[in-house]
Design a binder for this molecule. Structure first.
Ligand code: SAH
Length: 354
């Protein structure tokens, strides 16, 4: 049993079952026992691998996309170059390297990393040691300035609440106790204003999820982009509208029981891009696009071919596999989607449709 499991069981015994959002928040970010607070979870030796850890091409193309959007908006200076949940800092390092040759971009950029984990801030500091960077606790703390922002696999880590349709109401999934074990339970069904719009497209027993922190975060970003210019690239697994139980735990690159080892497994849920897009106003939201198509439009095939020329043997095979993994529909190409925010006076960033 993890130390966090003992804490959570004691709390449930004293004050009753917790929502999934409360459970997720403690499992991921508890200051002493939380998953992100206590480790660097990425890569082969960790629990999961993300696009920037798979290939340098991902961060390069993201960086060039943002730099082109910056040029299209008249190269505002200074501007905030921000990342939400930067992990190891790999994406930002690749983006900065790829944009070195864009005149004025580095001189005007103030790099701000929004990161909750003190452990990962240290890793980011080391990865980005050649660049001045500062950290912020939330999107709300970003400067009032033109904002060019990337969030890859950030929103999937934000705590969700989960509801099952029951008549005209909803039963919420909670974490309680069954004997000495953590166990899922459900509250008695009740109407919920936040889900009234889902009564039309769900049936008895259907499951939907809400991510309470996602719209306010998207709204903070949209407000800055509308007021000062900029662009945001939001990339994650999910779809246009939440449907079904997507709450999941990953440990050692395998799916596991989300209640088995609180604080020792990564917990996520699929992202509802409709909820993000609706919170962008007064900035515009692009159409959601599959990651594979977006990366192809940005030129990943040409970049992959260029990099392949310098490689042979196992390094070449692994590069080709990384290219397939990022783009093919059977790998990350379709499950992952991208959405952009941009000011109404400008076109969407490269690769996106208005
Ligand atoms: N973008 C990186 C890492 C994704 S993992 C990549 O693609 O590799 C999620 C990241 O978000 C981690 O850095 C985690 O510590 C951070 N994070 C999770 N919840 C957060 C929150 N509420 N506020 C700030 N950072 C958070």
């Amino acid at each position: 049993m993890t130390a966090l499991a003992a804490l959570l069981k004691a709390r449930i015994a004293a004050s009753g079952p917790m929502t999934l959002a409360e459970y997720m928040a403690d499992c991921l970010l508890h200051p002493r026992h939380g998953y992100y607070a206590t480790r660097d979870p990425f890569g082969q030796a960790g629990d999961f691998t993300t696009a920037p850890e798979i290939s340098q091409m991902f961060g390069e193309l993201v960086g060039l996309c943002l730099a082109q959007a910056w040029l299209d908006q008249g190269a505002p200076a200074p501007f905030t170059l921000a990342e939400l949940g930067p992990g190891r800092g790999t994406l930002m390092a690749d983006a900065l390297r790829a944009t070195r040759a864009v005149p004025g971009f580095h001189a005007a950029a103030r790099v701000v990393l929004v990161e909750a984990s003190a452990t990962l801030r240290q890793v980011q500091r080391a990865t980005l040691k050649d660049h001045p960077v500062t950290w912020a606790d939330s999107a709300e703390a970003l400067p009032d300035a033109p904002l060019f922002l990337i969030a890859n696999e950030f929103f999937d880590a934000l705590p969700i609440r989960q509801f099952t349709r029951a008549g005209e109401g909803w039963a919420e999934t909670v974490v309680g106790l069954a004997g000495d074990r953590l166990a899922f339970g459900k509250t008695a069904p009740a109407p919920l204003a936040a889900l009234s719009h889902r009564l039309a497209d769900t049936a008895e027993g259907d499951v939907v999820e809400l991510c309470p922190a996602a719209p306010p975060t998207a709204q903070q970003i949209g407000a800055r982009i509308a007021a000062h210019g900029g662009a945001a690239l939001l990339i994650d697994y999910g779809d246009w509208r939440s449907r079904g139980d997507t709450f999941q735990a990953l440990k050692d690159h395998r799916f596991t029981d989300p209640l088995a080892a609180p604080g020792a497994a990564d917990l996520t849920a699929h992202v509802d891009f409709e909820a993000l897009a609706q919170a962008a106003a007064p900035a515009r939201a692009s159409r959601m696009i599959e990651q594979g198509l977006w990366l192809r439009r940005l030129g990943i095939d040409a970049r992959a071919e260029r990099l392949a020329r310098g490689l042979s043997g196992a390094a070449l095979q692994s590069h080709l596999a990384a290219h397939r993994r990022l783009t093919e529909a059977t790998e990350m190409g379709s499950l992952f989607k991208a959405l952009a925010f941009y000011p109404s006076a400008f076109p969407p960033p490269p690769g996106f449709d208005a």
